[in-house]
Design a protein around this ligand. Structure first.
Ligand code: NIG
Ligand code: FE
Length: 415
């Protein structure tokens, strides 16, 4: 079949992110945005489950320079009113869970801490109870609604962690939702991360569960191809650095990529472990030490900051500026989850990055495109609008990128 092409023309600005990619996301500056005024993009499309989806970027440039052969293909004219950027990537979410924890939110508003609520049997284990009780269809329906919302915020690729099952059977049920979602949302890229080591289940001893993760769960998840990455919540009251090292080493031996929920509630030097093990990312970092910052800066491991979580927990923000200045790559993400960040609003996370993390326009764009792609191991195909790469792009409801985080709390659909 002949290739089908589509074009978008007269974008008020088109940011390719080409320079960010060329610098592999370190020390990015304004000139790295690859800004094209009155921009155009030509891309090929393919059919997937009966839906036409963008395939590859074919050409990018100024509308006036559009090659003649693309002048009669189906074209969308943005009339100079809307900007185009690489599709947003939300590289850290806990999208699949049942129930909600509005009751705990009320307790926290009354002064209780996240740790106190967890000790009372709430926290992650309260979502585990609801998720275990839900059918796969119920979990799928909830996740579908959430994905539609993420799409409208401009998100084109999103990571999904398990971790509210905490038994072989329940973790598999949660992960099995993801291939179902891929069928319903062929226009989005969904990566799957096994986070069996999110907490300790109430009905098993710590030793038994650890053994289960390493000997039963990881091999089964890998055998069924249900996850490409393994994550561990290494923190005070959760997994120790040594337990994390064992789990992540076992995951690597099975061919999985790795990540760490690191230095969030307390400093455990888990960021240093992530760098040492060559993890894709170390996430949270609210309590990272200077040694951890130095370790990430000289590693390939992306520092993922989650300012919506710090906001929601009323905790001091991660030292993103120090990380960036030291040469680390910083991605931003929502950390969407029922306990510590009940939002899918990635543009709002950019507002927080601008205000509280001191990030520049170029650093902000990189953090939710190229660098977020790196945190998922997808940077060869995604995160920049360059010919030959995936045609994931977001048409902003505004004429400049900065308006998307200048406006906060609500946004018209990003399509
Ligand atoms: O990323 N830090 C660990 N996990 C989640 C919180 C999970 C929950 O409270 O349900 C997070 O913040
Ligand atoms: Fe998380």
């Amino acid at each position: 079949m002949l290739k089908q092409y589509r074009a978008v023309i007269h974008a008020s600005e088109l940011l390719t992110g080409e320079g960010i990619r060329a610098k592999s996301g370190r020390h990015v500056v304004e000139a790295d945005l690859g800004r094209i005024s009155d921009g155009a993009i030509v891309y090929s499309v393919r059919m997937s489950d009966g839906i036409e989806v963008p395939d590859q970027v074919v050409w990018v440039g100024a509308t006036g320079a559009l090659p003649a052969e693309y002048r009669s293909i189906p074209t969308r004219d943005l009339e100079g009113k809307r900007a185009v950027i690489p599709g947003l990537i939300d590289c850290h979410t806990h999208l699949v869970f049942a129930g909600n924890r509005a009751d705990e939110f009320a307790l926290r508003c009354g002064g209780a801490t996240y740790e106190e609520i967890a000790l009372m049997g709430g926290g992650i284990n309260s979502s585990v109870r609801a998720t275990r009780a839900a059918s796969i269809e119920e979990l799928e329906a909830l996740a579908c609604e959430r994905l539609r919302e993420a799409w409208s915020f401009g998100v084109r690729a999103l990571e999904i962690k398990s971790g509210y099952g905490l038994s072989l059977e329940a973790e598999l049920k949660v992960l099995e939702v993801i291939p179902r979602l891929r069928k319903k949302f062929p226009q989005m890229t969904l990566t799957a991360t096994f986070l069996g080591a999110h907490a300790f289940p109430p009905d098993q001893s710590r030793e038994d569960y650890l053994q289960d993760i390493i000997e039963r769960m990881l091999p089964e998840v890998a055998r069924r191809g249900l996850a490409d990455t393994c994550d561990v919540f290494i923190d005070a009251g959760y997994y120790t650095v040594e337990e994390g090292r064992k789990i992540l080493t076992a995951a690597k031996a099975l061919g999985l990529k790795t990540k760490v929920h690191a230095d969030e509630l307390a400093n455990t030097e888990s960021s240093t472990l992530a760098a040492e093990l060559g993890c894709l990312s170390a996430d949270h970092l609210l309590k990272i030490s200077d040694a951890g910052i130095a370790a990430l800066a000289k590693s390939e491991t992306v520092a993922v900051c989650l300012p919506a979580t710090a906001f929601y927990l009323k905790a001091p923000h991660a030292p993103a500026r120090k990380l960036l200045d030291a040469g680390a790559r910083v991605a931003l993400s929502t950390d969407f989850n029922p306990g510590t960040s009940m939002t899918l609003n990635l543009p709002l996370v950019l507002t927080m990055g601008a205000l509280y993390l001191g990030m520049s326009r170029a650093e902000l764009l990189a953090s939710v495109t190229y660098t977020a792609a790196r945190a998922l191991g997808l940077e060869a195909r995604k995160g920049s609008l360059v010919a030959g790469m995936d045609a994931d792009f977001t048409v902003l409801p505004f004429s400049t990128f900065e308006e998307t985080y200048y406006r906060f709390g609500w946004a018209p659909p990003h399509d």
